[in-house]
Design a protein around this ligand. Sequence first.
Ligand SMILES: *Cc1c(COP(=O)(O)O)cnc(C)c1O
Length: 372
Amino acid sequence: MKVPFVDLYSQYQSIQSDIDEAIQTVIKETAFIGGKYVEEFEQKFASLYGVKHCIGVANGTDSLYIIMKMLGIGPGDEVITVANSWISSSETISQTGAKPVFIDIEPQYYTIDVSQLEAAITANTKAIIPVHLQGQMCDMDAIMSIANKYNIPVIEDCAQSHFSEWHGSRAGTMGIAGSFSFYPGKNLGAYGDAGCIITNSDELAKKCKMFARHGALKKHQHEIEGINSRLDGLQAAILSAKLPHILNWTDKRIVNASLYTNLLKDNTNVICPEVRANTKHTFHLYVVRVKQREALTLYLKENGVETAIHYPEILPLLPAYKYLNYSAADFKIAADYSSQILSLPMFPELTTDQIKHVVDTINRFYDTAAQK
Ligand SMILES: *Cc1c(COP(=O)(O)O)cnc(C)c1O
């Protein structure tokens, strides 16, 4: 049996006529850049989140960069983020001219260790970027209370946490802004690059929109120099066609995750993800920690199961950050986990049989190893 890591085509097939029609309509109306379909998606997304503003941008990396630039972050500033994430969370800090400051993850939930947050704050700290990694919420009460104490804005990186919830509040609605990616493999994915910013701040929304559109809210009236970062009409129309299904797809991920966890619970070689109390973990990724990872990965591959690692090296230890002189000892948990973590296939359309095949294969691997 083949179990791909993700299967974007089967999702397309499930809503093919809606997607095809959306694409045809945009082409017929040549509404490729800006216009009706972008606005429609921005409004729908903002209303689903109960926020005042949604600004479509070209991708989730730009959205982080744009928010930071428009908060006035630049050279001499520091921004705190987490050691285990995709590089967008930190490279955008450097793009503004500021310095990324990394902290470790907490052992149970893989998100930023809030107990280390306050010690990392200096007079130069201008923002905190918690990443709701894998769909798991960071401890937002602790983060917001420390941030408020020092009057530091919080930018939530929600690229992996569409519709995740903290005590009933959606990821992206608690900080000054939420940053989203609609990269095809994300929980809400376009058919190319796309992203957005959500915020309740009128001022920040206006600035971000202006900056992302060459510094002009009206044609030819460039109030500042900006960049070109647009959500295009085709991607917006595709995203709008997917929106009615997103909560259902999210529920399916959650069901798939609990099936994995249930089936794997007696396997002492595998540590399953735990969901933080009072939160909705949306399982962008289902990450386990395993023994003999290389051999297991190979065995799964031989048995048709694709896996991945998120991420093989923690950010501060990448060559890109050598100049910051961090060592593995600075990130005990994240550095330790990076050699154990394994992302199992996870997508809404995953079948029970596929999940059973993955688990059976894992169990067989350890049974065989034990007999040797
Ligand atoms: C995917 C991702 C991003 C960036 O999104 P793009 O749309 O690919 O630019 C940012 N942060 C995290 C945590 C991500 O997983």
